[in-house]
Design a protein around this ligand. Structure first.
Ligand code: ADP
Length: 190
């Protein structure tokens, strides 16, 4: 089973993935970008270098996704595979560069050999809580685009999940860590 945790930075994905690892020691955990050797280099370029072309940025994310699919997702489809981010983030970020949505969906399906995640845990955070959490830590290039930008990405993620009719669990990121953990366990056990 391929499960993706989606949500903007600071919404609590890694906190919940760590808790799941303790509870379910057999899960395989990965992330995008950065879950492969190529991905580590792509992540470095994406988050810390100047890329002027939105197309170049998109294609680098997609290259990372295709490599991650071949190297990590496909070999683990029989395991419980949990990824910190995936194609939903990819589409949501690219939408802010005004690419056609159907084109983005097709490109992302192409990188995944048409195998979309079985389940998605989608975190939603309020503006106040986002400022409270992300404002306190060092920001990478994408985070530094500002809170309105990030909140717009968040809106896009839910919009795409609805348009694509995806199976997702919506998490109120301001809920307690324990409550969120219980909801996730229930969702992925079904
Ligand atoms: P992400 O992986 O989505 O960027 P993190 O798991 O790193 O988010 O969480 C960001 C910050 O918010 C961390 O300092 C973490 O301790 C805190 N945090 C995570 N979940 C909650 C929660 N439910 N309530 C309050 N703080 C939280």
């Amino acid at each position: 089973m391929y499960i993706v945790f989606e949500g903007i930075d600071g919404c609590g994905k890694s906190t919940q993935i760590e808790l799941l690892k303790e509870k379910l020691p057999n899960v395989v955990v990965t992330k995008e970008p950065g879950g492969t050797d190529f991905g580590v280099k792509a992540r470095e370029l994406l988050l810390h270098s100047e890329i002027r072309s939105a197309k170049a940025e998109l294609l680098l994310f997609l290259a990372d996704r295709a490599e991650h699919y071949t190297e990590v997702v496909e070999p683990n489809l029989k395991n419980t595979l949990i990824s910190d981010r995936g194609f939903l983030s990819g589409i949501a970020y690219a939408m802010s560069s005004n690419f056609d949505l159907n084109f983005l969906i097709e490109l992302n399906k192409f990188t995944l050999n048409n195998n979309l995640p079985d389940k998605i845990v989608l975190f939603e955070i309020t503006e106040d809580e986002l400022i409270n959490r992300v404002g306190q830590r060092e920001q990478d290039k994408i985070e530094s685009r500002g809170f309105d930008y990030l909140l717009n990405i968040q809106k896009n993620m839910k919009k795409v999940a609805d348009i694509m009719n995806l199976d997702y669990l919506l998490i109120d990121a301001t809920d307690s860590i324990e409550n969120i953990h219980s909801k996730i366990i229930e969702y992925i056990s079904n």
